[in-house]
Ligand binder design. Structure first.
Ligand code: C5P
Length: 679
């Protein structure tokens, strides 16, 4: 997950290949509860890992279900409709999909079998209404006490005596989750009679009730419905585990990849695995909308393949009430269409994470679109000429961030190789609400030319602080990081441990060619693994640095490491530090920095470093070593240490690390994206 202040996306040219998306939250928590109420063991595959599913699993565990988890597969041995624990306090975080159904299930179970349960959550949960559900359950004889404000959690459920002869009524116009809760719970008490639930008011979010009915059927319970007003649960229901069940991937999340295929699936299709034609999620209807705009879609029960069909896309005029979340993706697809796209009946956008109609209009205009917004519609006409570079504000709304990432496929002309940013997404971490690894997943299917991926190089002499600066920059930008010195050190270490002489150029070259190939190399959180061993500490030894300095003067060794260094260039960008990053390895870098500090300053830094590690050191000797190493680096025949002609010099003798980072970040942000339209 990217936790940077902003994320710059390079221009994306094509899309192709397969992705597996995280599981649907709605399905995950329903399946967990159904498995927990069933007899026998259910194996749940592809469960969504999120806060909401974690609290449901924890509650089921406290209620006595046996739960074994490995990765995203969970084995749940359910209660078979009988309470195993008669007293428990359940903490449900902010998970409405856990609070509502658990309330209903435990209310009817404790009313028939005895028991006392308290259900609570975080403060925000205690502001979310549950009164309609409580009002539906109390007339049945459930003893429910609101411990704080009437109509809100926390709740205490305490026995009672069920009387199921009265009609069961629930309001359907505030949240469909109350009806879902009753539908999931009431099969527990159908021993004597069939039960009928009557919905009062117009039922909203019908696709979610369909998910509930569908999953109930998978667990052996066939509910009959009369329109959307009456639901009849037959007499003598028993939850039966289906044995194994797969959680579908989230259909709303799929919309971004369907759009990527429609826009850029040119040579290859984008394949979405885990959700398909047989999906029970309402947002799967986004496929029809994408097809209407020109996408070519083929599908199987749990997969989709999407290619570019009509191009440019076709503008559409569409009622999107049935797919409000996924329809946001259409608004960005409209930028790639010929003509004006009108999305109607989307008033609910105004009351979501943010006012999505206003937010969408504002950000699309930054890209150059003409947008008309109404109370319940939006009209998008793409720019007549070139798109504009823009910084997209995301309003703490995961869908804004994911939608606007698709603008990276825009036909913006590259400004200069290595220096391209097509769109800047503010606060990318907001995708964590439903899809923490969204951008990583996008980068799996997005393709671009290597020279369009931005690179920043930081070169300079020994102990100038390049590594610290470069890695801090990479962290701030969410970019990849190459510490090229470590590759020379790794080669030196391999030479020392294999007794290859520092005079044997051919032998050293041969060894260098094996790095990253036969000798596997892995960088992970400040650790370096060579051939399966953590060599991080050994690499920092002074003797290894000296050996690296010697062997790096051999042209054969340098050449052998070129390809490995180039392979670090990847989306969304790279910060590379070394001696020849800007001059030899990445001459097309968008920003080249040559970092220096006085010898005295550098020697003192190295001295303090050694002392703080408990290693004895001599300042004069360090000074002499640094000078010798600098001289060798500067005067070697190949790739000598010199600033690139277009490098910016930074003497950090008097700067703190943060000041250096801010200076370079300022150069980067001001130097290239002067064309970005600020929020
Ligand atoms: O940067 P570091 O001190 O880890 O690098 C070890 C040695 O590798 C340096 O002293 C330098 O001689 C060599 N080197 C190089 N070119 C690079 C990076 C490091 O010659 N790009």
């Amino acid at each position: 997950m990217y936790t940077t202040a902003f994320l710059d996306l390079p221009p994306l040219l094509e899309a192709g290949g397969a992705v597996r998306l995280p599981g649907s939250k709605s399905i995950s928590n329903r399946v967990l509860l159904l498995a927990g109420l069933s007899e026998g063991t259910t194996v749940v595959h592809d469960l969504l890992a999120s806060d909401d599913t974690r609290v449901m699993l924890e509650s089921l565990r406290l209620l006595g279900c046996d739960i074994q988890q490995s990765g995203d597969t969970v084995h749940i041995t359910g209660l078979g409709g009988k309470l195993a624990v008669f007293k428990a306090e359940l903490f449900l975080g902010n998970a409405g999909t856990a609070m509502r159904p658990l309330t209903a299930a435990l209310a009817v179970l404790s009313a028939t079998q005895g028991g006392m349960f308290e259900l609570s959550g975080i403060p925000r949960m205690h502001e979310r209404p549950i009164g309609d559900l409580v009002d539906a359950l109390r007339p049945l004889g459930c003893d429910i006490e609101c411990l704080g404000k009437e109509g809100y959690p926390p709740l205490r459920l305490r026995g009672g005596k069920l009387n199921l002869t009265a009609p069961i009524r629930v309001r359907g116009d505030v949240s469909s989750q109350f009806l879902t809760a009753l539908l999931l719970a009431l099969p527990l008490v159908t021993q004597d009679r069939a039960l009928t639930i009557e919905v009062e008011g117009e039922l909203i979010s019908k696709p979610y009730i369909e998910i509930t009915l569908n999953l109930l059927a998978r667990f052996g319970i066939q509910v009959q419905r009369e329109g959307w007003a009456r639901f009849i649960i037959p007499q003598g229901c028993r939850y039966q585990s289906p044995g194994e069940i797969h959680v579908e991937a989230d259909a709303s999340s799929a919309s971004y990849f369907i759009a990527a295929g429609a826009i850029a699936g040119i040579k290859e299709a984008v394949r979405v695995e885990g959700v398909g034609a047989a999906s029970i999620q309402g947002d799967i209807r986004f496929v029809d909308a994408a097809q209407a705009m020109g996408a070519q879609v083929t599908s199987g029960p749990n997969w989709l393949e999407i290619r570019r069909g009509t191009w440019p896309l076709k503008a559409v005029d569409m009622d999107c009430n049935h797919i409000p979340d996924a329809a946001m993706t259409l608004a960005v697809m409209a930028m790639y269409a010929e003509g004006t796209t009108r999305l109607r009946n989307i008033a609910s956008w105004r009351v979501k994470e943010t006012d999505r109609i206003a937010a969408m209009a504002c950000e699309l205009r930054k890209l150059g679109a003409t947008v008309v917004e109404g109370q319940d519609f939006i009209e998008v006409t793409p720019p007549a000429g070139a798109w504009q570079h823009a910084t997209i504000h995301t309003y703490d709304d995961h869908r804004m961030a994911m939608c606007f990432s698709l603008a990276a496929f825009s036909p913006l002309a590259p400004k200069a190789p290595g220096q391209n940013i097509s769109v800047r997404i503010d606060d990318p971490r907001c995708v964590g609400k439903t899809f923490p690894d969204y951008f990583e997943t996008l980068f799996q299917v997005a393709q671009t030319n290597l020279d369009l991926i931005p690179v920043i190089t930081i070169d300079g002499p020994t102990a100038s602080g390049k590594g610290t600066l470069a890695s801090a920059l990479a962290t701030r930008l969410g970019y990849k990081f190459l510490d090229s010195g470590s590759l020379y050190r790794v080669t030196a270490l391999a030479a020392v441990s294999r007794s290859v002489s520092t005079d044997d150029e051919a032998g050293l070259e041969q060894l260098a060619r094996k790095i990253g190939r036969e000798l596997t190399l892995r960088f992970e959180a400040h650790h370096v693994w060579l051939d399966g061993c953590d060599v991080s500490d050994e690499l920092r030894r002074e003797v290894i640095g000296q050996t690296a300095s010697k062997i790096s003067a051999y042209p054969g060794v340098r050449q052998a490491l070129v390809e490995l260094q180039l392979s670090f260039r990847g989306m969304p960008g790279l910060v590379a530090d070394g001696r020849d990053m800007g001059t030899v390895i990445f001459p097309d870098a968008g920003l080249k920095v040559f970092l220096t500090a006085t010898v005295k300053e550098r020697a003192e830094r190295r001295y303090n470093q050694l002392i703080s590690k408990g290693i004895s050191a001599n300042l004069e000797k360090i000074c002499a070593d640094l000078e010798a190493r600098d001289l060798r680096d500067r005067t070697r025949a190949i790739s000598p240490l010199v600033p690139a002609t277009d490098a910016r010099l930074l003497d950090n003798s008097a700067l703190t690390i943060d000041q250096s980072v801010d200076t370079v970040l300022g150069w980067w942000v001001d130097g290239w994206p002067h064309v970005l339209v600020k929020s």
